[in-house]
Design a protein around this ligand. Structure first.
Ligand code: SAH
Length: 354
């Protein structure tokens, strides 16, 4: 049993089952035993990899889209350049390098990283190697200024709750105990007014997921962008109006049992982009776009060719493989989606459609 499993089992024995959200929050962010708190899961021998770790082209094109959105809005200065959950800082490093030639962009930007993990803050500091980075715990701590923001594989790490349809009501899927083993069970049936719109598209036994933390964070971003200007690019796996159980654990690049070793595996759920778009109001949102289409519109083909010219042998093979992985329909190209946020009445950032 991991130390966190013992702690959670004792808590459940004393006060009853906990929501999946409380379970996820403890597993990922417990101050002592949390998965992200203690380690860099993207490092050598880590558990998973992400688009910016696969190729520099990802962060470069995100950077050019945000910089063009900034130019299109009249180049406000100063402005906040922010990233949520920057991992090892790779995306931000690529973004900053790719935008060096955008007149005025670097002078006007104030760099803010929203990161909860001390281990990953240290990795970000090492990657970026600059002395003008401000770290904060929450979006609410960002200064009040025009906001240009990116979040890649951040929202999938936020705690979710699951509800199973029971007639006109819902039963919450909760974490309880079977002997001293953590196990999933069903709470009592109750009405859930916030899920009324899901009575339309679900049947008895169907599972829906909600993330209150995600909604709060997007509401904060949307309010700033609507009031002060700016743009956000949210990239993640998921869909418009998610349905079904998408809670999953990954350890050592392979699926794992999410209850077997709390704190030792990455826990995620698919992102419900409809819920994010709703929560972002009064900011406007783009149409949800497959990552492959978004990158193609931003010119990843030409960029890949330009980079390929300087490569040969194994380096060229891995560059070509990375391009396919980011854009391929059978790889990240369609599983991952991009949602843009922008001030009402303005065009979405380049790469996206209204
Ligand atoms: N964006 C990076 C890393 C994705 S992993 C990349 O694409 O490589 C998820 C990141 O979100 C990690 O940096 C993790 O520490 C951070 N994170 C997860 N939950 C968080 C929370 N509630 N508040 C702040 N950061 C969080």
């Amino acid at each position: 049993m991991t130390p966190l499993a013992a702690q959670l089992a004792a808590q459940i024995a004393a006060t009853g089952p906990i929501s999946l959200a409380d379970y996820m929050a403890a597993c990922l962010m417990h101050p002592e035993h949390g998965y992200y708190t203690r380690r860099d899961p993207l490092g050598t021998g880590g558990d998973f990899t992400t688009a910016p770790e696969i190729s520099q082209m990802f962060g470069e094109l995100i950077g050019l889209s945000l910089a063009q959105a900034w130019l299109d809005q009249g180049a406000p200065a100063p402005f906040v350049l922010a990233e949520l959950g920057p991992g090892r800082g790779t995306l931000m490093a690529d973004l900053l390098r790719a935008t060096r030639g955008v007149p005025g962009f670097h002078d006007a930007l104030r760099l803010h990283l929203v990161e909860a993990s001390p281990a990953l803050r240290a990795a970000q500091a090492a990657t970026l190697g600059r002395d003008d980075v401000t770290w904060c715990d929450r979006v609410e701590d960002l200064p009040d200024a025009p906001l240009y923001l990116v979040a890649n594989e951040f929202f999938d790490a936020l705690p979710i709750r699951q509800f199973q349809r029971a007639g006109q009501g819902w039963r919450e899927r909760v974490v309880g105990l079977d002997g001293d083993t953590l196990t999933l069970g069903l709470g009592p049936e109750s009405a859930r007014p916030e899920l009324d719109h899901r009575l339309e598209d679900t049947r008895d036994g169907d599972i829906v997921e909600t993330s209150a933390p995600a909604a709060v964070i997007v509401a904060g971003i949307g309010a700033r962008i609507a009031a002060r200007g700016g743009a956000a690019l949210i990239v993640d796996y998921g869909d418009w109006r998610a349905l079904g159980d998408t809670f999953q654990a990954v350890a050592g690049h392979a699926p794992a049992d999410p209850f077997a070793a709390p704190g030792e595996a990455d826990l995620t759920a698919h992102v419900d982009f409809e819920a994010l778009a709703r929560a972002a109001a009064p900011a406007a949102h783009s149409r949800l776009c497959p990552q492959g289409t978004f990158l193609a519109r931003l010119g990843i083909g030409a960029r890949a060719e330009a980079l390929a010219r300087g490569l040969s042998g194994v380096a060229l093979d891995s560059h070509v493989a990375a391009f396919r992985r980011l854009t391929g329909a059978d790889e990240m190209g369609t599983l991952f989606k991009v949602l843009g946020l922008m001030p009402p009445g303005t065009a979405p950032p380049p790469g996206l459609e209204p």
